[in-house]
Design a protein around this ligand. Structure first.
Ligand SMILES: Cc1cc2nc3c(=O)[nH]c(=O)nc-3n(C[C@H](O)[C@H](O)[C@H](O)COP(=O)(O)OP(=O)(O)OC[C@H]3O[C@@H](n4cnc5c(N)ncnc54)[C@H](O)[C@@H]3O)c2cc1C
Length: 480
């Protein structure tokens, strides 16, 4: 058994103090009233083109709704592309059973056909085939690919890694093929409210301030940007030092001679330890993951995490961005200086968007908590089953976690669904179930529900579950 990396990232940063220069809190100004041009009137408006948003827009449009997807950056994919966190984990359980299909599987299939996705062959899911397990341990991908089964053997999970640049192109294609409209480079700044009903959104862009009206709005901004002005009840509690209480900045190095690195590590273990100690002594780290795609020879990934409890605060974001960039470039300089194999390496890419892990969430019609992980009983409105792989013995006991449609519905606000990591759950549930494949499942269900509600002329909270279920199954989702 190869031993190259830690079993899981278990030591997260608890955060740091930094000086804030807030203006005196009491001072405000009144904005002038103004007329805003309405640029679209449609059925479904999807805010944010990350994993949740793409799935929502494609699914709503395929189910027959006039749909528009609005994204603040110039690419789709959110963290899965622009955040360089291009690993889609936990698609199946430790026992090898696939639990997530649907939109997520379709994307992986399309990328795989272009040589832009890598995952263990089906015959190895839940199996302890040493060569397969070793491949992922050697790549320092154990956290995503390898778990212990009931016999204490290491087994491989169904997890996929994708090429973020091909993914951006493929996601554009999926959105256009579905018939959904797309607006890039457009920030959604607030909801348009009529009483407690969301009627549309205000956007800001190079074209100015504009309005879009829709029958259903789906917030897929990750941070739940629409929520504060809807009056919806939210929480942003995170446990300091937990996974969701981290900001992440990822960068890729290329031109690394990994054969030379491996030779050095295995033939001169004492010298290798002394080099890693030197790097650590100068404030760096020799920990990296290896690119797994065939065309990524000589590419390694480094994740830089910093604890943060205020992931929508611009002063904190600026501090984290500049600090992680400085530390990351310094880290590469140390690797280049001391570590054999890194002499000709360079930083080929740093994530264009800062990685937010947790934050604002709705307290919706159903609030998912720890007790829902310790249960293997489906809800009557189940829209997805997640693999519970990250809780040790408890995961072996409860390998399936069920998600009800009600966890996407805010309490007391009409015309709105939330289909991103801002779904209704407490911090403990979020810690395990707000990842890329999960958000794709939320998005697929929300898009379908919105289209059904529009077609039936009912409020989206009253969308017919039997129809949602049937449309989900038709589109490859795995349900109880
Ligand atoms: C360092 C780090 C590593 C991670 N590693 C993994 C991993 O390996 N695998 C995994 O599955 N998960 C990982 N995660 C978690 C994962 O990235 C997120 O939980 C997931 O991307 C959430 O998807 P989402 O659709 O909710 O939001 P996001 O991916 O954040 O997408 C939100 C989208 O909305 C857009 N948007 C936001 N606000 C607005 C606005 N006001 N107007 C218009 N557009 C807007 C954003 O630009 C973005 O495209 C990681 C997270 C971090 C921070």
């Amino acid at each position: 058994m190869a031993k190259y990396g830690s079993e899981v990232f278990s030591q997260y940063d608890t955060g740091r103090q930094f000086e804030k220069k807030n203006a005196p809190a009491a001072k405000t100004i009144a904005e002038a009233r103004r007329e805003v041009e309405v640029i679209r009137e449609t059925d479904v408006i999807v805010v944010g083109g990350g994993p949740g948003g793409i799935a929502a827009a494609v699914s709503a449009a395929r189910a027959g709704a006039g749909t528009i997807l609005i994204e603040r950056y110039g690419h789709l994919g959110g963290m899965s592309t622009g955040g360089l966190v291009n690993i889609i984990p936990n698609l199946g359980s430790i026992y090898g059973e696939q639990l997530i299909g649907g939109f997520c599987q379709e994307l992986i299939d399309r990328l795989s056909a272009r040589g832009a996705a890598d995952f263990p062959d089906k015959q190895y899911w839940g199996k302890s085939e040493t060569s397969v397990v070793d491949k992922y341990i050697k790549a320092n991908m154990m956290h995503f690919y390898v778990r212990k089964n009931q016999k204490g053997e290491y087994v491989t999970l169904y997890t996929a890694v994708i090429d973020p640049e091909v993914a951006k192109d493929e996601m554009n294609a999926m959105v256009f093929e579905s018939g959904s409209e797309l607006l890039l480079h457009t920030w959604v700044t607030e909801p348009i409210m009529e009483g407690n009903t969301v009627k549309g959104v205000i956007v800001e862009s190079k074209s100015g301030r504009q309005a879009l009206l829709g029958k259903v709005v789906i917030d897929c901004s990750g941070d739940g940007d629409l929520l504060p002005k809807t009056g919806t009840e939210t929480t942003d509690y995170m446990l300091p030092g937990s996974r969701i209480a981290q900001f992440g900045w990822v960068y890729w190095l290329c031109n690394v001679d990994l054969e030379k690195y491996d030779r050095f590590m295995t033939s001169e273990p004492e010298k290798y330890k002394s080099v890693t100690d030197t790097i650590a002594g100068e404030g760096g780290s020799a920990y990296f993951s290896r690119g797994l795609l065939e065309h990524q020879e000589g590419v390694v990934w480094v994740h830089r995490l910093i604890g943060s409890l205020h992931q929508t605060d611009i002063e904190e974001m600026t501090f984290i961005d500049t600090t992680t960039r400085k530390e990351s470039v310094r880290n590469w300089e140390l690797l280049k200086k001391y570590m054999p194999g890194f002499e000709k390496s360079f930083i080929m890419l740093s994530s264009p968007q800062l990685g937010t892990s947790g934050g604002r969430r709705i307290i919706g019609e159903y609030y998912l908590t720890e007790k829902d992980m310790d249960s293997d009983v489906p809800f009557e409105d189940t829209i997805a089953i997640f693999a519970d792989n990250d809780r040790g013995d408890l995961s072996l006991k409860y390998p399936r976690t069920y998600i009800p449609y009600r966890s996407l519905i805010p309490k007391g606000t009409e015309g709105l669904l939330v289909a991103c990591r801002a779904f209704s759950s407490d911090h403990e549930f979020q810690e395990f179930f707000n990842l890329i494949p999960h958000c794709m499942c939320f998005g697929q269900a929300a898009g379908i529900a919105a289209a059904i509600a529009v077609k039936d002329g009912v409020n989206v909270r009253d969308a017919d579950y039997a129809k949602i279920r049937s449309e989900l199954l038709k589109n490859g989702a795995i349900l109880p």
